[in-house]
Design a protein around this ligand. Sequence first.
Ligand code: ATP
Length: 321
Amino acid sequence: MNEAGLWAPAEPRVKVRAPGKINAFFQVGPLREDGYHAVASTYLAVSLYEEVAATARADTLPTDITVSIHPDSSLSPEQLAGIPLDGKNLVVKAARLVADIAENPSGVHLEITKHVPIAGGMGGGSADAAATLVACDALWHTGLSREELAQLGSELGADVPFALMGGAAVGLGIGDELTAALAPTPLHWVLVPADFGLSTPVVYGTLDTLRAAGSIAAPVPGQVEAGVLTALRAGDAKALAPWLHNDLQAAAEYLAPSLTEVLAAGKSLGALAGLVSGSGPTLAFLAADAHHAQLLASALAELGHPGLPVEGPVHGAQIIL
Ligand code: ATP
């Protein structure tokens, strides 16, 4: 009990929620000498969230960082088994970056509640990293600005700054040079996760190979199509539908041909459009409104493709406890 007679946990604890993302537009340039690809992306944060609870471990060193997965996680045991619980986990790397700056950091336990498919092209690990940066900043009173946290996040992955920022954004460079896009009205989507993952580097490599084999010149990404931004600004799902595009889709479908069939099913059931999210294999179908998204999700489930109605854009990483 604290002075006010309320129960207070023994150790300071901060819980943060961060969204997964889809890419409404994704153009990928040629392989660069540094191993990266230039992209022009339109990110949308969607209402499928990760949570990270950071609990200080008094009398331990800042290097004592432990990780666990909360039983409320909605992913299958097989998926959850693929998550590293050691220094390879992005949350550990994120906590270390904040500890290096904090004046008096303690050890910390990080408990992740996973809802975003793993290796699903929705930036789930990046959302965990973003949530951890915000949680550890609060826990250790580092007082970092959003920009400083984003700078740290970009050391961990191109999608981390966007998970901090949320909303809608144009991502240039390798996806980490972000400019907020106006999207005042959330749109409705149905996400269809796969029961397998796709490795992001393998999908990019396959795109390079397919382009080389077909003598297809890679575009030089400069800007996203204006039609995407105009439709987002208007909150107009029908106007957005023809602009949804992902250069990685051909590679994802090549590696996982079952995606082609599910995409066709979604469209035949009335989705305004459908595409592979990021490097896949999660599929995102655009619906006209919330009711349409519910109907579409039920119809897809009847065909054996359970989907999740979500909306986006939503906010970025936020403290919830
Ligand atoms: P992106 O869209 O950013 O490429 P993704 O959603 O396709 O990411 P993630 O789920 O973020 O993929 O993770 C891919 C791999 O990263 C996993 O297979 C796992 O080995 C490793 N990983 C490290 N930290 C995490 C984490 N916190 N959650 C999930 N996977 C993690």
